[in-house]
Write a protein that binds this ligand. Structure first.
Ligand code: UDX
Length: 426
């Protein structure tokens, strides 16, 4: 099938590469010409494991092309994916200006039947609105269908998640585009859920809200467990064995960040309030997350009562492992707070480097600990779990390791004469 993907962000690039890999012909359209030039040379602007290899392979097979020419890409494609960003506005509502601009551009370009697939996460009712707007602006309903097909990709494993999703959500207004959509995804072995346009939008928001709620739930249980000297990892294990709960997203720690959970939670809160519904659980989820930094700062201050001029190492700046994304990163918020309180920070992240006052980013894990008073683990990269603690003990000045992700087995640290501080790990 011939496909046009509008927007070469992380969702657009992953969608383009994986669809091309399934054998479709994909035109990935991006406004920024510099980015397109980079992509043509197979330089991927984001860190996403496996993506570059897949892009190179499919460019070589001439199934994937990057272009700024929207009109040609639309003309040659029967399916148009819209994967532009919907960042949060200052009031929490999603900013739809990129999406609206794409709709404006599509109006004159739809000259033969097209399926317009909206992948961007959009407020409830947006797909319906796009359908209505295209009709009102003179595009014949015979020439298009709008499909709401949200993505559930995790950064760091987006290529895998797109190839092996647990479900495919297809929101439609009529049955007409369903067969084509199923053909498009025929190589994916996953159940399809056919629902309304707004139903698909809600599945996406509800999924992210539920996962974020699970994280805030375990973080709240961790606070209580700590006060009663209970091991939260054992609680999570016991809790997660119940199939009604499931074992995932029960890792207590600094809290969630990234480009999706904070933004989508705010958007859903906003959408609820617009209908005069008080979203109690969504608010509580956000509040727990927002106060996690202070919870950990208390822990850090307990170990280092005077933070002024303390030399501390922080491992991790990305919002989670296997990504260079620092949007809404809890690790970055912790780094900023420590710097504000007068610490001299030595930061190491396997892929992130940021220029900021009082903070030095190191290129090597072991260089970052030289003569520092303590280590704070803020992102759970595997590299940190596999560190050589006896060597670290020799290089560090202090003895304290504060594991804000509960990701290291405490005995590995304690057996090397260091002090382990996690959350609710008595
Ligand atoms: C998320 C959703 O998982 C994905 O389906 C959606 O399409 C986009 O948003 P992503 O933002 O890439 O994906 O990250 P995810 O792996 O879900 O982690 C989000 C945050 O939660 C990270 O900051 C992570 O460190 C944190 N987290 C996750 C925890 O604190 N504890 C956990 O148990 C799991």
């Amino acid at each position: 099938m011939d496909i046009c993907v509008i927007g070469a962000g992380y969702v657009g690039l992953t969608t383009s590469a994986v669809l091309a890999n399934f054998g479709h012909n994909v035109y990935c359209v991006e406004k920024e010409s510099e980015k397109v030039e980079m992509l043509k040379r197979s330089k991927i602007p984001i860190f996403e494991p496996g993506l570059e290899e897949m892009v190179v392979e499919n460019q070589r097979k001439e199934r994937l092309a990057f272009t700024t020419d929207l009109s040609k890409a639309i003309e040659e494609s029967s399916i148009i994916f819209v994967t532009v960003g919907t960042p949060a506005s200052t009031d929490g509502s999603p900013n739809l200006s990129f999406l609206n601009k794409v709709v404006d551009e599509l109006v004159p370009l739809i000259q033969s039947y097209k399926i317009i697939v909206i992948k961007s996460t959009v407020p409830l009712g947006t797909n319906e609105r796009i359908h209505k707007e295209l009709m009102e602006r003179g595009v014949s309903p015979d020439l298009f269908d709008v499909v709401s097909n949200p993505e559930f990709l995790r950064e760091g494993s987006a290529v895998h998640d797109m190839q092996y999703p647990d479900k495919i959500v297809i929101g439609v207004k009529s049955l007409r585009p369903i067969e084509q959509m199923q053909k498009l995804y025929q190589d994916i072995e996953a159940p399809s859920i056919i629902t309304s346009l707004t139903g698909a939008e809600m599945i996406k928001y509800a999924s992210n809200a539920f996962l974020a709620m699970k994280i805030s739930f375990i973080n709240e249980i961790a606070r209580i467990s700590e006060a009663y000297h209970v091991d939260i990892t054992e609680v999570a294990l016991g809790l997660g064995m119940d199939p009604r709960v499931g074992p995932y997203f029960l890792q207590a720690g600094l809290g969630y960040g990234g480009s999706c959970f904070p933004k989508d939670l705010c958007a859903l809160e906003f959408l609820a309030k617009e209908k005069e519904i008080t979203p109690h659980l969504l608010q509580a989820t956000r509040e727990v997350n927002e106060t996690q930094i202070e919870q950990y700062m208390k822990k850090i201050r307990k170990e280092f009562p005077d933070l002024t001029n303390k030399k501390l190492t922080v491992w991790g700046a990305a919002f989670k492992p296997n990504t260079d994304d620092i949007r809404h990163s809890q690790a970055m918020k912790l780094i900023e707070q420590l710097a504000r309180e007068g610490c001299h920070l030595h930061v190491y992240d396997p892929v992130v480097t940021v220029a900021m006052p009082h903070v030095t980013f190191y290129q090597s894990l072991y260089d970052s600990i030289d003569q520092t008073d303590g280590i704070i683990i803020a992102t759970d990269w595997n590299q940190f779990k596999e560190a050589d603690w006896s060597f670290i003990k020799e290089k560090m000045k202090g003895k304290i390791v504060i594991d804000c992700r509960n990701c290291i087995e405490p005995s590995r640290i304690k057996n090397n004469g260091l002090t382990y501080v996690g959350v609710a790990r008595p």
